[in-house]
Design a protein around this ligand. Structure first.
Ligand SMILES: NC(=O)c1ccc[n+]([C@@H]2O[C@H](COP(=O)([O-])OP(=O)(O)OC[C@H]3O[C@@H](n4cnc5c(N)ncnc54)[C@H](O)[C@@H]3O)[C@@H](O)[C@H]2O)c1
Length: 249
């Protein structure tokens, strides 16, 4: 078991990649705090993990709210004794051209995808110091590495996560806190379900990916597991692309 005796906090884990990571982490021996704005689904994920013999609980968290982050990390320490791992996974996706993006949309994207990662990191660091170290995995995107003419605001948020990760890694190193970013390409989750339901789009997107298909949440979860585990003990401040080769060309 690669996460035996570890305690992991995963934001936005009521569904999609976060939920798959929560299940995998629990199978690998971690106690997992599932968190999300979607209370019903989040509670269901935690209950399923417990039913399968794993350790999990749920705490409601809107990642844009600093008070809620403080309470959620505190609750995790009370419930499971420590925080070793944080996956800053919660995020939203909006595809619009720049001149049609309302100011409020830019702010909402920045708040959830950008500020959410900052606040999570800010409140996990003291808890990880108390635990004697830790690992933070920030879920950015291929859209944090290369531009996209349809995703101006989204790429800005994910690019911010990429560089914030490196600064956090520099700061965390002396405390044994590793911080890395993950950059998925198109992954088959509800976030992009409506896009992929469009057969023409799906066919086109596959032609853009050297491996010829979109990715699975399970594939990303395995990479996140590696970075969260002690197998990645010499890895920090690094960016990991998982996109079937999309950004290689
Ligand atoms: N699916 C993709 O193709 C893809 C590609 C690259 C990066 N990503 C990133 O991966 C992460 C997970 O995406 P996913 O595909 O699993 O998406 P998803 O929409 O299936 O899940 C995202 C989860 O985040 C939660 N969430 C949204 N706003 C929140 C908030 N303010 N506070 C707390 N939780 C909130 C949602 O309720 C949901 O449960 C996101 O950061 C996303 O930007 C996704």
């Amino acid at each position: 078991m690669r996460l035996k005796d570890k305690v992991a906090f995963i934001s936005g884990s009521a569904r999609g990649m976060g939920a798959v990571e929560a299940r995998l982490f629990a199978e690998e021996g971690a106690a997992v705090m599932v968190s999300d704005v979607n209370v019903e689904s989040g509670k269901r994920v935690a209950a399923e993990i417990a039913k399968a013999g794993g350790k999990a609980d749920f705490v409601e968290l809107d990642v844009t709210n600093e008070g809620e982050w403080k309470a959620a990390i505190g609750e995790t320490e009370r419930r499971f004794g420590r925080v070793d791992i944080l996956v800053n996974n919660a995020g939203i996706f909006v595809a619009t051209v720049i001149e049609k993006t309302p100011e409020e949309e830019w702010d909402r994207l920045m708040d959830i995808n950008g500020k959410g990662v900052f606040l999570g990191t800010k409140h996990a660091i003291p808890a990880m110091r108390r635990a004697g170290g830790g690992a933070i995995v920030n879920i950015s995107s291929g859209a944090g590495i290369v531009g996209n003419k349809m995703e101006g605001a989204y790429t800005a948020t994910k690019g911010a996560v990429r560089l914030f990760t490196k600064s956090a890694a520099l700061q965390g190193a002396k405390d044994g806190i590793r911080v890395n970013s993950v950059h998925p390409g198109t992954i088959d989750t509800e976030m992009v379900a409506s896009l992929l339901a469009d057969k023409e789009y799906h066919r086109w997107v596959k032609t853009m990916i050297p491996l010829g298909r979109v990715g699975k949440a399970e594939e990303v979860a395995k990479l996140v597991l590696f970075l969260a585990s002690d197998d990645a003990s010499y890895t920090t401040g690094a960016e990991f692309v998982i996109d079937g080769g999309y950004t290689a060309g």
